[in-house]
Design a binder for this molecule. Structure first.
Ligand code: HEC
Length: 99
């Protein structure tokens, strides 16, 4: 019985802590489009449906300041600077699901 309640507690806590990709993506939509279908500021690639790993790598690169594909890496750095690895993963999963 005790084991079960501990398991339930963990399940509840991880649901609460889980980053919400859809909510995180809201601030991205202005440039990348609600479905990731736009070239952000006419510069970026269309990120709609990107592989989770590819998006994660790109976002971590911007966060670290090492990625700058179209001369706008600094701008993207500002977008992801406050995001945790879990947030990045969640938003990457959300983008992968966009079509
Ligand atoms: C103010 C406009 C703007 C916002 C807001 C924005 N981006 Fe970007 N994004 C860009 C631009 C411009 C680039 C191209 C950067 C470069 O030069 O490498 C880019 C690049 C990217 C790339 C890589 C695409 C490529 O061309 O290599 C991904 C992935 C991405 N953004 C995801 C996001 C996510 C996720 C968010 C929200 C957390 C976000 N962006 C918010 C403008 C924006």
């Amino acid at each position: 019985m005790k084991k079960l309640s501990i398991a339930l507690l963990f399940a509840a806590a991880s649901t609460l802590l889980a980053a919400d990709g859809a909510a995180l993506y809201k601030k991205c939509a202005g440039c990348h489009g609600p479905k990731g279908e736009k070239k952000a500021l006419g510069k970026s690639e269309v990120i709609q449906g990107w592989d989770v790993a590819k998006t994660e790598e790109a976002l971590k690169g911007y966060k670290a300041g090492t990625r700058n594909v179209h001369g706008m890496g600094g701008l993207m750095k500002g977008q992801v600077a406050s995001m945790s690895d879990a947030d990045i993963k969640a938003v990457a999963e959300y983008i992968h699901g966009l079509k």
